[in-house]
Design a protein around this ligand. Sequence first.
Ligand SMILES: [Zn+2]
Length: 132
Amino acid sequence: MLKKGSKLYSIIHFKCPHCHEGEFFKSRNPYDFKHLSRSYEKCTKCNRRLYLEPGFYYGAMYVSYALSVTHIVTFILAKYILGIKMEFVNFIILVASFLILLTPLYYALSKITWANFFLHYKPTTENEKSEP
Ligand SMILES: [Zn+2]
């Protein structure tokens, strides 16, 4: 289902949005606090610049916001659909706890999603010399 060429492939596998082969992050583990979702300046495989301009990844905040809202709405829907009875304060603590635990993952996902908005897939054979 997720083949090279789809943006979801790049996002799920943390691969370069341009060639879908090179690594996007210096560490594939979003919970590696030493690197904390640091991405390469250029793709290690196709040499495509991954920082299009200074402050490029500030825009990932919009994606992060959307992910957080989705997270909260999912918890609220699950609470009502499953009919879970819980104090409001406890529910907020539960949702916030999971949100805090998942923040490194959401950070990584929002950063690579943002990159995928602007970088488009081209198979490696065509973009060997790709330089923006
Ligand atoms: Zn690449």
